[in-house]
Design a protein around this ligand. Structure first.
Ligand SMILES: Cc1cc2nc3c(=O)[nH]c(=O)nc-3n(C[C@H](O)[C@H](O)[C@H](O)COP(=O)(O)OP(=O)(O)OC[C@H]3O[C@@H](n4cnc5c(N)ncnc54)[C@H](O)[C@@H]3O)c2cc1C
Length: 478
């Protein structure tokens, strides 16, 4: 074991672990990141999962929260090779009869697309487009004094609604209701739960600020850029270092866990109060996900060809269908017609597939811990909106919830966003505390997506945890 005394050791090199490490290192702290896998990046890894020459994003694919992250924006990541590629539209939402909804950055163009619901859409999003940056900073921060309290209060009044109810109240057309349901279903919650509109609204606002981009060459470039910057700042990273107990940790003044709460309880349990450990063990992970990647012999043959303009395609058609699918996963059932989140990175990024060929990426929500193969159900959904899709499949790669968790222990039960986003955990994860990044042990912090603001590649959990750790480090050195 290396005896160097580090200021901070970070367990896990996901985007939050690396963000925490960078923030500490640029504040002159000596940091070490320990990563269980032989590759850095956690949810931001890219690999040839199918055929040679096809680069697939293992987990995260599309990054509105990454490009809008106040922390990432403050870093010179472009100098370290990160390039965002923007699609024409953020989302396409095909329907059975009629044209798909296309979600463009330009508000007027999206309103046009929404026909008679255009005005209602404008009413929903326009109040937040005057100063979206401060709104996003308030939303991506821990609970506290907001930068724009009035705007945040106005956001909260809409966000608190169950998405199903808000969509029925605001919109008349079934396709608009389905479109909003697709955005809200990123919450991985039944859409009749309070606050499911919050995530739908965040994505609705984000898509009018920026087209949802992909990282050129794959999501792994995000973590590579963070890691290379960290190394230039003097930080160290050790891969192949699975931390299973406290004895695996080198000497340091503080430890930041980019892990799920269950692992924090297992590893640091001996130095945490039993009551706190019990609360970590009660953490609700929510449903899991089943993921598919395809090597394709051409672009997806959408009935509405404009769907190729979007980085993300939401497959589920109506509000009722999407709501049923999300409720099923929550209640432990496998939906016959799952809501599918599909990404087509190679449409805008030529580095992903051999010329003329394409990658396809899709997942659906399934019950926690499910091992059911959803390939047939997902491909049926794609075929419904893109007849002839199956004929293009050269190869496929599947990941069920167990495989996801063995790829990355943070995805316990297949939970991909750091745990359930329901009202009991949305703002107070993993345990309700004034500073959720701290634990009762002043040397131990948690910085993963199981802290506010939750899942997604934005690094804000890591950034805020680093702020808490820096305060502690400053106190302990005086
Ligand atoms: C299928 C899927 C699709 C997704 N799509 C998107 C998307 O399109 N856009 C988006 O923004 N987000 C997406 N996400 C969510 C996003 O990937 C995560 O929210 C994000 O990666 C969380 O970052 P993190 O740093 O908290 O944890 P992780 O990225 O999970 O990283 C944790 C790291 O810690 C390591 N680790 C864990 N335990 C230990 C240990 N005991 N010892 C040492 N190392 C350890 C792990 O190996 C891993 O590398 C998706 C996730 C999945 C799974």
């Amino acid at each position: 074991m290396n005896d160097t005394l580090y200021d901070a050791v970070i367990i896990g090199s996901g985007p939050n672990g690396l963000a925490a490490a960078v923030e500490l290192a640029r504040n002159q702290q000596k940091v070490l990141v320990l990563e269980a896998s032989d590759q850095i990046g956690g949810g931001t890894r890219t690999a040839e999962l199918t055929l040679p020459g096809f680069q697939h994003d293992y987990c995260s694919a599309v990054h509105p929260l990454g490009v809008l992250s106040p922390f990432f924006s403050s870093l010179p990541l472009e100098d370290y090779g990160l390039e965002w590629i923007y699609p024409e539209a953020s989302v396409a939402h095909p329907v059975d009869d009629g044209p798909a909804v296309l979600f463009y950055r330009d508000l007027a163009r999206t309103m046009d697309n929404l026909g008679s619901d255009g005005k209602a859409w404008e009413k929903l999003v326009r109040p937040f487009l005057r100063d979206p940056d401060s709104l996003l900073r308030d939303i991506l921060g821990p609970l506290g004094l907001p930068e724009s309290p009035l705007q945040l209060a106005r956001f909260g009044m809409k966000a608190i609604w169950p998405a199903e109810q808000l969509a029925r109240y605001l919109f008349r057309e079934e396709r608009t209701r389905g479109f909003f349901a697709g955005l809200a279903a990123h919450s991985v919650l039944p859409l009749d739960k309070v606050f499911t509109s919050a995530i739908g609204l965040v994505f609705a606002v984000s898509g009018h600020v920026v087209e949802w981009p992909v990282a050129a060459g794959g999501s792994a470039r995000i973590s590579r850029a963070l890691a290379d910057y960290l190394i230039d700042l003097g930080g160290d990273i050790r891969t192949g270092s699975w931390v299973r107990e406290l004895e695996d940790l080198p000497e340091a003044r503080v430890y930041l866990f980019d892990t799920d709460p269950m692992q924090l309880a297992e590893i640091a349990g001996p130095v945490l109060p039993p009551a706190y450990v019990r609360r970590l063990q009660k953490y609700n992970y929510g449903p899991g996900s089943f993921k598919l990647d395809w090597a394709l012999d051409g672009p997806i043959p959408w009935k509405d060809k404009r769907c190729l303009e979007a980085s993300t395609v939401h497959l589920g058609g109506t509000l009722a269908e999407i709501a049923t699918s999300e409720r099923d996963a929550w209640l432990g059932r496998h939906s016959e017609q799952p809501f599918v989140l599909l990404c087509q990175q190679s449409q805008i990024d030529p580095l992903r597939a051999p010329q003329g060929q394409h990658t396809g990426y899709a997942y659906c929500h399934v019950p926690f811990g499910s091992t059911v193969d959803m390939t047939e159900a997902i491909e049926r959904q794609v075929e419904r909106f893109a007849p002839g899709f199956r004929d293009l499949i050269l190869d496929r790669h599947t990941i069920n919830t167990r495989e996801l968790a063995s790829y990355n222990p943070n995805y316990f039960g297949g939970s991909i966003s750091g745990g359930s986003n329901d009202i009991t955990q949305l703002f107070t994860r993993p345990v309700a505390r004034f500073d959720p990044y701290t634990t009762p042990n002043p040397r131990i912090f948690i910085c993963s997506a199981s802290t506010p603001p939750g899942g997604g590649v934005h690094g804000m959990c890591g950034y805020h945890a680093a702020q808490s750790a820096l305060k502690r480090l400053a106190r302990s050195s005086t």
